[in-house]
Design a binder for this molecule. Structure first.
Ligand code: FAD
Length: 454
């Protein structure tokens, strides 16, 4: 009897325990189901769909190289898989375990009719397995990371089989092109050309980064430099595993511990997701239900200016334009831009989360929500709301002048000493917007709003 190999955010053939288990069980039918209803308000965003199209193309080719195929179906995941099983006589489904809340429902439905075998493989340690001395899940990152560091997966990635056993008859497949995952007009993805989705692209990124990892500590906060790995979309789509990264990088010198700590943040976010499945939908600290977030016409217009990179704060605008153009934004700038939306503009963090969800090629329910809530101070860890980040001094401190020149061409000719705050220096070009609100005024407004939550 054939078995189904259900791909989700694990679009790879190496270090792929579900594939290995499926191959032991019988002829394998690899399938990807595009389920746009299951995730509800978190249907895959535009930039992620662009990535998915290319990643599935790469996966299909890799499977063909091993004598197999990739079957594509669109619709309710559990129903589609049940139908595929009916058509092919398959009795079992193998898949990697994922923790986004919408999968739980699909898995529950599927398990009613089929033998569903879930395998760990996308995290350093299965979420929920790392606990405090009292056996409780961690809420704070630092102690979590300390504990996780003692539980690194062994360096024995599951080898990819050279040949994948095939069924005697292949089921039909939909055409990837018919899914409309790529932009039609206008083509907003012209700036995405540096990305190479798929397992080969992930491996190349890692190879390139390994040589630079030793400088990570010194350069990771500088948006003008390429100091980080840019592995995030590959990790989100599971084209590479944190275990592969860990064992490749751990032996390097310099500041690799800091880098590995960031990889640990991913696991941390999955752990939070397990405890708070609604983390992308509501503030974890209930106090913030009383927050008088701005709504209405003026707030909508400010939100739009933020989305388009026209706030009058060069570092924020550079980040938002980088996001739109490339589907990615530097981490330091993500923090500054997110904090600006929440505190300077006093707009609900969920508006920002939604925009990032649509625009990021690495949009990830756990990482995105946990980081938005962390920046807002609404999450499980420390309440950062009253700590208002000053975007202009952040921009100077992290030497963002060249980054601003790259993404905000109106400011290209300004010198380093005025580019961070051209309005204050009296040299704002006419085609660059005035600040939506001054820093001091914004600070007072948001602290006054915050007091109402107490
Ligand atoms: P590197 O610095 O090279 O780090 C290596 C890997 O570690 C990353 O690829 C990522 O998988 C992980 N990582 C690094 N920082 C974090 C972090 N703070 N939280 C969780 N994982 C981390 N990351 C996403 O993958 N998806 C998101 O949707 C996302 N949304 C974010 C929203 C906000 C408001 C903020 C402040 C951060 C967000 N991040 C998100 C985290 C972080 O910005 C990105 O992971 C990082 O910028 C990706 O670039 P990199 O691969 O070069 O990172």
């Amino acid at each position: 009897k054939p078995v189904i190999l259900w791909f989700r955010q694990d679009l790879r053939l190496s270090d792929q325990p579900a594939l290995v288990a499926a191959c032991h069980d019988g002829p394998v039918i690899p399938v990807y189901v595009l389920d746009d209803d299951g995730p509800g308000d978190h249907t895959m965003g535009g930039a992620s769909r662009w990535w998915l199209h290319r990643s599935l193309t790469a996966l299909g080719k890799a499977l063909r190289d091993k004598g197999s195929r990739l079957i594509l179906r669109r619709g309710n995941a559990a129903e589609m898989l049940a139908k595929l099983a009916e058509d092919t006589g398959a009795k079992a489904v193998h898949a990697i375990r994922h923790y986004e809340p919408w999968w739980a429902k699909a898995e529950e439905n599927l398990a009613k009719t089929l033998d569903l075998c879930l395998h760990d493989g996308n995290q350093l340690a299965p979420p929920g397995s790392i606990t405090t001395g009292a056996g409780k899940p961690f809420k704070i990152y630092t102690p979590f990371w300390r504990a996780l560091s003692h539980h690194m997966p062994p360096d024995d990635p599951v080898r990819s089989p050279t040949k994948i056993p095939t069924p005697s008859k292949w089921p039909t497949t939909e055409a990837l092109g018919s899914w409309g995952l790529l932009p039609s007009k206008p083509d907003w993805a012209t700036g995405f050309s540096d990305w190479e989705p798929g397992e080969d692209g992930a491996r190349k990124r890692l190879d390139q980064f390994v040589g630079e990892a030793a400088d990570y500590e010194a350069t990771r906060n500088l948006p003008s430099r390429e100091g980080t790995s840019r592995l995030s979309p590959h990790l989100h789509f599971g084209e590479i595993t944190p275990r592969q990264i860990w064992h490749r990088v751990a032996g390097e010198g310099g500041s690799v511990r800091t880098f590995l700590g960031e990889i640990g943040w991913r696991d941390y976010a999955q752990g939070i997701l397990l405890q708070y499945p609604d983390v992308g939908r509501k503030s974890t600290r209930e106090q913030f239900d009383k927050m008088p977030w701005r709504t209405g016409k003026a707030a909508k217009s400010d939100l739009r200016a933020w989305q388009r990179g026209r706030t009058g704060y060069p570092i924020v605008d550079a980040g938002m334009r980088q996001l739109w153009a490339t589907g990615w934004m530097h981490n330091r700038v993500r923090m500054i831009a997110a904090s600006f939306l929440i505190k300077h503009l006093l707009i609900d963090w969920r508006e920002g989360e939604r925009w990032f969800w649509d625009c990021l090629v690495d949009a990830d329910y756990g990482n995105n929500s946990v980081n938005w809530q962390w920046t807002a101070g609404t999450g499980v860890d420390s309440n950062m709301f009253p700590r208002i980040m000053a975007p202009l001094s952040q921009s100077e401190k992290f030497d963002a002048a060249d980054y601003i020149r790259e993404w905000v061409p109106e400011l290209r000719d300004l010198d380093d000493d005025v580019i961070h705050d051209p309005e204050d220096a009296g040299c704002r070009p006419e085609d660059y917007p005035e600040k939506l609100i001054g820093h001091r005024e914004a600070r007072e407004r948001s602290l006054a709003a915050y007091r109402k939550t107490k």
